[in-house]
Design a protein around this ligand. Structure first.
Ligand code: SF4
Length: 404
């Protein structure tokens, strides 16, 4: 099929049972990305979201990011967070400092930490195992989603074990899942340009599949806007879809969700290298981001959840994403140091903000944990009915109409 209207008209009949017949292929996905009218595309993605998640509830997570060390040897060009070993601004948090942060999370009713940092050659497997054991003992109700694939790779290198053996030991010590960090673009030609010392796309995916084989929770991410082509963006999504197919059939455990955001270009060598091009040719503005979210929802038919990214796009655009493919408003984070070092200034969201963003998009806010299990949810502190001009209560139903 070559025409975007024909493609959207065909896939509007999608259902879980008929997925094989209506699955988007590479060529059609590229056509949609390049040519489709944004409103029609978002409407189709919203329809798909409602087919997959017909409930009026939209989820969010109370969690905390912890960036336990900024020492890193990988030198990604887009990263403003890391410091090389020996640099005067390096830090590694103590177990007590990390535990203190979790106490603050517990006080807010949080259920998980997302802990990731640099590839620190000064820390061995014992340090990581001891950390997880200590945290599990002190904070038994908190899920520990820690260490992205490149960190697992780094630990394996330091201790001379395979990544699978490292994951097995970390799971034994209390690890519940891996953050999706470090995927960026899962296309090697792009990776070689932006982070030549980082492992290849296949290595990132291999570590994730190993984690999935052990029953750990994982999510897939995608940073885009490095100057890559439409084809590269689609290939990233297809790689995630293929891997998901494999993992679900092998272990019944794949990525819980997909989260995408545009690269941030301040304070890093990638931004400096491209001075003058940044504003117009790199990164992505709201309309391109919303297009990317919509395509993701349509293409990733075997990944249950698409998350909106408020830290990079702001609450307003994240809210629009909830009406164009995304079904989850993300998390409170409480603290973020990696992406924010490259130019975002919103580092945390309150539960109230997330609930309000969801409500004003016409949905009912619902707490979840990192496995997307629904949790008891406090009533939103303000009622939409009290507003002089409340948003349409059934806005989400409009898009169930057929895509024209
Ligand atoms: S993005 Fe991660 S791996 Fe790359 S330099 Fe920064 S901390 Fe290191």
């Amino acid at each position: 099929m070559s025409n975007w209207r024909e493609i959207l008209s065909h896939i509007k009949h999608w259902s879980r049972e008929s997925n094989g017949e209506y699955r988007l292929d590479r060529e059609s996905a590229i056509t949609l990305y390049r040519d489709a009218d944004l409103h029609a595309l978002r409407s189709a993605a919203h329809q798909r979201r409602l087919q997959m998640h017909p409930s009026k509830e939209t989820t969010y997570l109370i969690d905390r990011n912890i960036n336990y060390t900024n020492i890193c040897t990988i030198n990604c060009q887009f990263c403003s967070f890391y410091r090389p070993p020996g640099h005067e601004e390096t830090y590694t948090q103590t177990f007590e400092e990390i535990s203190q942060r979790i106490l603050e999370l517990e006080a807010q009713g949080g259920t998980r930490i997302l802990m990731q940092g640099g590839v620190n050659p000064e820390l061995d497997l014992q340090w990581y195992s001891d950390l997880l054991s200590a945290l599990k003992e002190k904070h038994p109700t908190i899920l520990l989603d820690c260490f992205s694939p490149i960190e697992i790779d780094g630990i394996a290198e330091v201790c001379g074990l395979s990544t699978l053996e490292v994951l097995e030991q970390l799971k034994e010590a209390g690890l519940d899942g891996l953050p999706g960090g470090g995927a960026e673009m899962l296309v090697d030609s792009v990776r070689k340009d932006i982070s030549p010392k980082k492992h290849a796309a296949g290595e990132w995916m291999r570590v994730m599949q190993e984690a999935q084989s052990l029953g750990l929770t994982t999510s897939a991410t995608n940073v885009f806007g490095f100057g890559e082509k439409f084809e590269d963006r689609i290939d990233h999504l297809l790689f995630v879809r293929e891997s998901q197919e494999h993992s679900l059939s092998q272990w019944g455990n794949g990525f819980t969700s997909f989260i995408a955001w545009p690269v941030q270009l301040e304070n890093n060598s990638y931004g400096r290298r491209n001075k003058g091009r940044n504003k117009y040719e790199l990164g992505a503005g709201p309309s391109e981001y919303l297009r990317h979210i919509a395509i993701s929802r349509l293409l990733l038919d075997n990944v249950e959840h698409i998350q909106a990214s408020w830290p990079t796009m702001g609450m307003g655009v994240a809210q629009m994403a909830l009406l164009g493919g995304a079904d989850d408003a993300g998390s409170t984070m409480m603290e973020e140091n990696v992406v924010s070092a490259s130019g975002t200034d919103k580092l945390e969201a309150s539960e109230h903000e997330l609930q309000w963003t969801i409500q004003r998009a016409g949905f009912i806010p619902r707490r979840r944990d990192s496995k997307y299990s629904l949790l008891p949810t406090p009533e939103p502190t303000e009622s939409l009915q009290e507003l002089a001009c409340p948003p349409p209560a059934r806005v989400s139903e409009y898009a169930t109409k057929e895509v024209k």
